[in-house]
Design a protein around this ligand. Structure first.
Ligand code: TXA
Ligand code: MG
Length: 331
């Protein structure tokens, strides 16, 4: 078991919180791995400028070396130091949405080890909004490379217990601040050249386009333009152990009966009564996103074999959830 320390975002100035942050910084400085909360999901952090420490992230996750990580920073000024070019639209996006659930892909400065970016000449940077992440970044004073704190192709962690379940002793310390408020990984935007969304996330296309009107939306086609597939682009990703099936609400009961004999789970939005382990999901997209990974973790823990997912609205607010469900089904 890794060391797990509870850090209450409301009492960060408390000596016990300060001691936890000091310990986290000490571990990072020595090349260790620290899992920490962000507003999206928990991250598995290492000192970004220490190539050996960053390599430990890849082995802890079992992640292929060419899949790039996000460098987390305190603010735009710190992000600029990691980029060899900082387009004007990057500034506009940072000013509008940082700190927050937005990662910007820029040209990587040469002093940032290539391993952070999976060998690419680009780099994703993000200033997270979670008070514990911010306190850690400010205290550490250097960028922290962090993917989601789960093993490769497993569900993202939105609670400290998910991190421990997935990574165990591979992580040195887990800062536990309770459940993440967004629950869905950051929106990733490539701001080089023709700007485009690489991964849908909590920040929607309409909000982003108010700042960068020419922003292109993610498309399957676009994946072919990337030099290599990056993790959010894999068809199989965010996958639970159970098989997921999307079903219209009115057909849930019949489908559930057809699976009699299997251990069945369901994510439902309506008041349907089913012979299954039912997770009642919030009706709004934000609430649904917040609960999504935790619900899938709980169903996996219960040994469910099939999860029926009640169809979600085909509305812009649901884009990131639709994306995660599609990828989970592809598993
Ligand atoms: O919300 C989040 O983004 C969380 C928290 C911890 O910040 N992190 C996260 O990291 O989800 P990860 O490694 O699980 O996903 C990183 C995503 C990948 O899907 C990849 O598509 C994209 O960011 N990415 C990172 N660097 C990139 C690069 N240089 N070029 C293109 N895409 C990149
Ligand atoms: Mg991930």
């Amino acid at each position: 078991m890794p060391r797990i320390v509870r850090v209450d975002p409301a009492t960060l100035d408390h000596p016990s919180s300060q001691a936890a942050l000091a310990q986290a910084c000490e571990l990072l400085r020595r090349g260790g791995l620290v899992a920490f909360p962000t507003e999206t999901v928990y991250g598995l952090g290492a000192r970004a400028l220490d190539a050996a420490a960053v390599l430990r992230i890849f082995s802890a996750k079992g992640r292929p070396l060419h899949h790039p990580l996000i460098a987390h920073v305190a603010d735009e000024e710190r992000a600029r130091e990691l980029a060899s070019e900082w387009p004007e639209r990057a500034s506009r996006l940072a000013k509008a949405f940082w700190p927050g659930p937005l990662s910007l892909v820029v040209k990587r400065a040469s002093h940032v080890p290539a391993v952070v970016a999976g060998g690419a000449d680009s780099l994703a940077v993000r200033a997270p909004a979670h008070p514990v992440a911010r306190a850690l970044l400010e205290r550490f004073g250097e960028p922290i490379a962090a993917p989601s704190a789960n093993r490769y192709q497993e569900l993202s962690p939105t609670e400290a217990s998910h991190v421990v379940k997935s990574l165990g002793d591979a992580v040195d310390l887990v800062l536990d601040a309770g459940p993440c408020s967004e629950g869905i990984e950051s929106t990733v935007v490539d701001v080089r050249g023709d700007p485009r969304v690489l991964r849908p996330g909590p920040l929607g296309l309409a909000e982003l386009r108010r700042v960068v009107a020419e922003l292109a939306e993610p498309s399957g086609e676009m994946e072919a333009h990337l030099p290599r597939p990056s993790p959010g682009m894999d068809t199989r990703h965010y996958a639970p152990k159970a098989r997921l099936e999307e079903v219209e609400g009115a057909e849930l009961a019949v489908r559930a009966r057809s699976y009699r004999g299997l251990r069945l789970g369901a994510l439902v939005r309506g008041a349907w009564e089913l012979e299954a382990l039912v997770c009642r999901m919030p009706l709004d997209a934000h609430g649904y996103g917040q609960a999504l990974f935790a619900s899938l973790h709980a169903l996996d823990d219960a040994g469910v074999e099939v999860v029926l997912v009640e169809a979600i609205p085909a509305e812009a607010a649901w884009w990131a959830i639709a994306d995660r469900l599609t990828r989970a089904r592809a598993g």
